[in-house]
Design a protein around this ligand. Structure first.
Ligand code: PEP
Ligand code: MG
Length: 756
């Protein structure tokens, strides 16, 4: 059974569109289960019906024409309950709904299982038998397993249809929408540009060309380059090989011939595809076909095709690398897993929006996007992103939704939202020079998080009073090797000078987890629990000391530097890091520089550090809560994982309790406590954080004025009342609602939509 299952899933995977995928399913499942009927009904939300989309055994003419209302029939029952229905006499069941066009009266027994993808019922897979008998437990389990495996393929095929403007049953559809998670608030309207890591045939997006001859030419040049590589290889190793092995080189060369793979690729180019896309289509089809073959020898040929086509791809991409890409004026950057460096390749003025298929709102790409103020949707897992190149798109970063081929009405609605947002931002500008002080005179310090020099300029424009977190890894991520001490000192000096005499908190290099440097890859089974942050730099004192020297050198004469250590889990790490910083200081003083020891702080971002707050405060000058990581580690929810994104909430009561404990511990030791995770920039959270007693809230520049508006609108005493109420609550959703209400009562609920 397992083999049958694998074969069916593989075959369905090779189908090019929804209809052929469904046709394969019904015919293979009917054979595998020896039933007389197998059918698939899919939910078409445009007409709110379950449509008979494919069948083997029911009358062919009824396929595509017969549909059931949502609750109608046994199909409706399966879909509504999301559970299998197994009957020996379907017609005797009260929910039975007779569809005369299908000829199903001939079949008595019925087994229907739901097709569920990400908790949504997409449709129902049904098998039917003439004789009156229950399907046995093995048959039921087989169909459930199959349906679970096929749901992803069906969802993907449906999504591709939606992008092209059709619903499952072929209705014309405007405004195809795909849900993800909000990464950065705001709305962007623009044109899709799909980016992808090089040298992977699976990730090449579909793209059309208007210069067919040029594409043909670059393909032929790439082919010729590979041919000559193979010939050269054949000659150099030929003597050491047996004749049958030498023949392999000839086979390779023949595969590239004009009447083999080469011709198929050129045909697709002539139809308007760009060369890389045509090559990838042909290669992937052949690879799939070979991988399915029963004969192990032939199956292995799949690897040869992959190898050969990857070589051709390499040369095609080399040509592409030589000619830098032109980006549309309003670029919506799309990728399966976007890296911060991919964002940097697009000129800032052209980057309108970002969509990442993987990741969640707390991934570092999302954080970077928020710092840059670019509307972003993360975790759009159902998006057939490789089909979106050049398409007109709307990115709704408030709700985490992507629309493709939007109608004029939808575009008009979103243009209106953009206008409102611009008005709101302009309205907040009056607050820039006003202090963050509550009506009952409580002063809160609002600092910013930075990574790039552009953030610094934006931050000062927004009236920031200091830098609470400079993520030094950002310039490291954008470099092609470790930046030298001089290069680092220049970057740090810019930040310190721009803010002087205001404080600038520089975090020592925080790589590992989801932040890996291209020139220093860290590959681990469990990266968030592994070699990360201070653990890496303490193991590489040569990297640490260069960074510490660069920071100290940059601070000469300004004296507004603070150094902060990430991912601390024990006191020994702090002692060792402080020793390295002191060594750097001594060296520089010996070299004649006039530098002083800066305040040293630690980030409280592990549960261990929460419990050690008082002990840590005895050996450092300040602490700052990294609520992004603290939330992930307290709740055991990977901040990057789309599947568990709905469990990730900094409003979880456990997180709030931990925050209060940190504030109390730090104040008991007479130390300053700040918070620099994303939570600090949430207008609702600001009420709680202020009431808890945080001295400094450090956030993205784009949220600073919103938070200031909240602080100036709500008294400390009413914030404390809200905190007392919230601390009695036992779930994040109720807490969120209570905060929304508090914003409403304070008259600042207009800030709500923009809370990320
Ligand atoms: C945090 O973890 O809250 C934090 C500020 O650090 P980062 O997001 O860079 O891990
Ligand atoms: Mg962190």
């Amino acid at each position: 059974m397992l083999d049958r299952l694998r074969e069916i899933v593989q075959e369905v995977n090779t189908a090019t569109d929804l209809q052929s995928a469904l046709d394969v399913i019904v015919s293979r499942v009917r054979d595998a289960m020896h039933t007389q009927v197998c059918s698939v009904y899919l939910l078409d939300t445009d007409i709110n019906c379950h449509v008979l989309m494919a069948s083997e055994g029911l009358r062919k003419e009824s396929v595509g024409h017969v549909s059931l209302q949502l609750d109608e029939g046994l199909v409706g029952l399966v879909a509504r309950n999301g559970e299998p229905v197994n009957l020996q006499d379907a017609q005797a069941h009260p929910n039975y709904h007779y569809l005369s066009e299908t000829g199903e009266e001939a079949f008595s027994s019925f087994l229907g299982v739901p097709i569920i993808h990400h908790r949504k019922v997409l449709g129902v897979l049904v098998v039917q038998h003439r004789e009156k008998r229950y399907f046995d437990a093995g048959e039921e389990a087989f169909l459930i397993t199959l349906s679970a495996q096929l749901s992803g393929v069906i969802a993907a095929a449906e999504a591709t249809g939606a992008i092209q403007g059709t619903s499952p049953s072929g209705q014309r559809r405007a405004d195809a929408s795909f849900s993800g998670i909000s990464g950065a608030s705001g709305v962007a309207i623009g044109q899709g540009v799909v980016v992808f890591p090089h040298a992977d045939l699976k990730l090449i997006p579909a793209r059309t060309t208007d210069d067919i001859p040029a594409e043909l030419k670059s393909f032929q040049m790439a082919l010729e380059a590979v041919r000559s590589d193979i010939r050269a290889l054949g000659e150099s190793v030929g003597q050491q090989l047996r004749p049958e092995e030498r023949e392999l080189f000839d086979v390779y060369l023949r595969m590239l011939d004009d009447d083999a793979l080469g011709r198929e690729v050129m045909d697709l180019i002539r139809q308007g595809s760009w060369a890389q896309g045509a090559l990838a289509d042909v290669a992937n089809d052949h690879v799939k076909a070979f991988e399915q073959m029963k004969d192990p020898y032939l199956r292995e040929r799949a690897a040869d095709i992959k190898d050969l086509c990857s070589r051709v791809l390499f040369y095609l991409q080399e040509t592409e690398r030589a000619t830098p890409r032109e980006y549309p004026v309003h670029t919506i950057l799309i990728g399966e897993e976007l890296a911060p460096s991919m964002l940097m390749e697009v000129p800032r003025e052209k980057l309108a929006g970002i969509i990442s298929v993987m990741g969640s709102g707390n991934s570092h790409v999302a954080i970077l996007a928020r710092t840059m103020g670019i509307p972003t949707v993360m975790g759009a897992v159902d998006l057939p992103y490789h089909k979106l190149d050049g398409r007109s798109l709307i990115v709704d970063g408030y709700n985490g939704t992507v629309y493709s081929n939007p109608s004029d009405q939808l575009l008009a609605r979103y243009r209106e939202i953009i206008k409102e947002e611009e008005q709101l931002v302009r309205g907040l500008e009056v607050l820039i020079d006003l202090p963050a002080v509550t009506p009952d005179d409580h002063r809160v310090r609002l600092w910013v998080n930075t990574g790039l020099m552009t953030d610094v300029v934006r931050s000062l424009d927004h009236g920031a009073e200091g830098i609470g977190l400079f993520r030094t890894e950002v310039p490291f991520l954008l470099s092609e090797r470790f930046p030298s001490e001089d290069e680092q000192a220049d970057i740090y000096r810019e930040q310190l000078e721009a803010f002087a005499p205001k404080k600038v908190t520089m975090r020592t290099l925080d790589v590992g987890g989801d932040k890996s440097l291209p020139y220093f890859p860290i590959e681990e089974e469990n990266p968030f629990l592994g070699w990360r942050g201070i653990r890496v730099t303490l193991d590489h004192p040569e990297i640490f000391i260069v960074q510490a020297r660069a920071m100290l050198r940059a601070s000469e004469g300004l004296d507004n530097l603070q150094i902060m250590l990430p991912m601390v889990s024990n006191l020994d790490e702090v002692h060792r890091a402080t020793q390295i910083i002191k060594r750097a200081l001594r060296e520089l003083q010996d070299e004649g520089l006039n530098v002083v020891m800066p305040p040293i702080g630690v980030m409280i971002e592990l549960p261990a550090a929460v419990y050690l707050t008082r002990a840590l405060c005895k050996i450092v000058d300040f602490v700052s809560v990294g609520s992004n990581d603290l939330t992930q580690y307290l709740l055991a929810v990977d901040r990057n994982n789309t599947r568990v994104a709905d469990l990730y909430s900094s409003f979880h009561p456990a997180v709030l309790n931990a925050l209060q404990q940190v504030v109390d511990g730090a104040h008991a030791e007479g130390k300053t406590v700040s918070i620099c995770g994303e939570m600090a920039g949430d207008p609702g959270a600001a009420i709680l954080l202020m009431a808890m007693g945080f001295d400094i809230l450090s956030m993205n520049a784009s949220t600073l004025l919103r938070v200031k508006a909240v602080i100036r609108a709500i008294t400390l005493s009413s914030a404390k009342t809200v905190l007392d109420e919230v601390m009695q609550m036992t779930d994040a959703a109720s807490i969120r609602r209570a905060l929304d209400l508090a914003l409403y009562n304070a008259g600042v609920d207009r800030l709500l939509r923009s809370s990320r």
